[in-house]
Write a protein that binds this ligand. Structure first.
Ligand code: HEM
Length: 539
């Protein structure tokens, strides 16, 4: 018993000393004070109801870089400054690895720092432009199925006017079916059984929201101690009875079970010395893995972890972005009409023997693509990028800041071990980068050929930060873009979105649930993810 108490006191002392050491670097940087040694800003931050409500306020008050309080008296650096973001993600890269907490689930596939390069190398061929193009027919087919399902649902009512549907569930099922088929040729059938229960869509439905909405105080404190727990022990965390781990465990078990079935067929094929005959991502990974040096080859369990991470990273992110796109188009009818005109014009130009849009056709839809860029900028599904300095470094700034001591500096010196929270939501709304109307929906900003002239390069697409950047940026961004182009064109050709009729006082929130944000109705958070919109058929 004495040993346990001594170990606890010793551990606690190390935690306090370590927090103190990190604080040294940030003590003179301006930022809000929480007044709580135990929770810092973490309670408020994790329980905010609308993404940006804190970041926008702090960014406005303290400039593009500021300090916030963490649990146990620790501090984090929050960054929205473009030059600093470029430096952290692109120049230093692994000098600022993901924190253990943020690697909670992607680490399953992308390993600890030392194995990330190897995992990424095996995955990269599957996410090059060419293999992604091959998925276009799948994207188009699933989008058409979604249109048909919504049509069937609305046929029970008056088809001559918009009727209310929660579009988020439809997008979620569609992207789940797409990810199943493209990642490992697995048919989840979530759209087939739209009205019925389906094991996979049930597991994924509200996975983030049920597990991470308004985390409990013990869960927040526990998360703050992860940086001090050895990696070897952290892998047992998923067995703990916290609600976030219970739900994620269910998903891991189901995802790996499905992946195992597919992998069995594939490895048998490959063991016969053949290249796999499928074009799905898992087959490409298996081929790439087999042709890599045996010393760096991934184990079967590591390959299966890739599958579960891809299901997880590539499903709700795209679904939620499409959900917000439908929302914005419902509230900006002129933009929706312009997209429709653009699609109709393009279709009229298709050669007789070409039955559907090609990738080039979709890329040529300039205004539609501007709307996709704008939704990524305006509603970043992953509002923060979490890192921790592993080096002693000088971070350059686009704009000098004034320290609490009154001194003005053009760069910040930090030591290793400082948590760095890159505020994607604040960067994506900087007036200095996007113009004076940065807090408004305006896809036309992306039609301005001079928009990029003075921008520092940070993001993977259109310089928005929503896919992050650098060596850990979203590997699936090309996949997500083509999937969104395919889906939105199919929908807007056939459907008109409007604000939900009879629900004038409804207010939508972007509620943070762990690493992503979910659309929920103000006052109805208990109903979890939803997006009620008016939907009307055009033909
Ligand atoms: C709109 C849709 C999407 C958004 C906004 C998005 C955003 C992100 C972000 C912010 C990261 C974290 C990067 C970091 O920590 O620096 C990430 C990582 C990742 N994403 Fe995406 N993503 C999307 C769609 C997809 C799709 C469709 C796939 C796969 C089919 C995918 C696969 C991944 C993977 C595997 C990682 C981990 C990369 C690594 O650790 O190296 N994502 N994504």
């Amino acid at each position: 018993m004495h040993t346990i108490i001594l170990a606890f006191i010793f551990g606690f002392a190390i935690l306090c000393l370590s927090m103190r050491r990190r604080r040294r670097w940030l003590h003179d940087i301006a930022g809000p004070r929480s007044g709580s040694w135990l929770y810092g800003h973490q309670l408020r931050f994790n329980r905010q109801n609308d993404v940006g409500e804190l970041d926008f306020e702090w960014n406005h008050r303290y400039g593009n870089i500021w300090r916030i309080d963490d649990c146990f008296g620790g501090e984090s650096l929050m960054v929205a400054d473009p030059k600093a973001i470029h430096h952290i993600l692109h120049v230093q890269g692994y000098g600022y690895p993901k924190t253990r907490l943020s690697r909670q689930f992607t680490a399953l596939a992308f390993g600890r720092d030392d194995t990330h390069v190897q995992h990424r190398k095996v995955l990269a061929p599957a996410f090059a432009a060419q293999p992604i193009r091959a998925f276009l027919p799948i994207f188009r087919r699933v989008a058409a199925q979604l249109v048909q399902i919504w049509k069937d649902q609305l046929q029970c009512g008056d088809m001559s006017k918009p009727q209310v549907l929660s579009v988020s569930r439809g997008f979620s099922n569609a992207t789940l079916d797409i990810i199943g088929e493209t990642v490992f040729d697995y048919h989840f059938g979530s759209l087939d059984g739209f009205e019925e229960r389906n094991e996979f869509s049930d597991i994924f439905h509200n996975l983030w929201a049920n597990s991470n909405l308004h985390p409990s105080k013990p869960a927040i404190l526990f998360g703050a101690t992860w940086q001090f727990i050895p990696e070897s022990l952290l892998r047992f965390v998923e067995y703990l009875p916290f609600r976030q781990f219970v739900r994620f465990r269910e998903y891991l078990v189901a995802g790996k079970r499905a992946g195992k079935e597919m992998l069995k067929d594939m490895t048998q094929y490959v063991s016969e010395g053949k290249k796999s005959h499928h074009a799905d991502i898992l087959s490409i990974i298996v081929d790439a893995n087999n042709s890599s040096d045996s010393s760096v080859r991934l184990s079967e369990d590591e390959v299966l972890s890739q599958v579960t991470t891809l299901l997880f990273a590539g499903h709700e992110t795209t679904a939620t972005t499409l959900t917000w796109l439908a929302y914005e188009l419902a509230h900006h009818q002129a933009d929706q009409d312009e997209i429709r005109r653009e699609i109709t014009g393009r279709r009229a130009k298709l050669p007789l023997r070409q039955r559907d849009f090609s990738v080039a056709d979709l890329d040529a839809l300039v205004f539609t693509n501007a709307c996709i860029k704008e939704v990524l900028r305006f509603h970043p599904i992953s509002p923060w990028v979490t890192r921790e300095s592993a080096i002693h470094d000088i971070i350059p700034l686009s704009k000098p800041i004034t320290l609490k001591s009154g001194k003005t500096i053009a760069d910040i010196e930090i030591g290793s071990g400082v948590p760095v929270l890159i505020s994607t939501c604040a960067y994506n709304r900087l007036a200095s980068v996007w113009g004076a109307d940065a807090h408004e929906w305006n896809p036309r900003r992306f039609l301005n050929p001079h928009l990029r002239d003075t921008q520092v390069s940070v993001g993977l697409h259109a310089n928005v930060l929503t896919f992050s950047g650098g060596n850990s940026g979203c590997i699936g961004f090309r996949f997500a873009l083509l999937e969104m182009q395919s889906t939105i064109t199919e929908l807007i050709e056939n459907i008109k979105f409007t604000p939900p009729p009879g629900m004038d006082d409804i207010e939508m929130l972007r509620v943070p649930v762990g690493a992503i944000m979910a659309p929920m109705v103000k006052g109805k958070l208990h109903e979890r993810t939803q997006m009620p919109l008016g939907v009307e058929f055009l033909h």
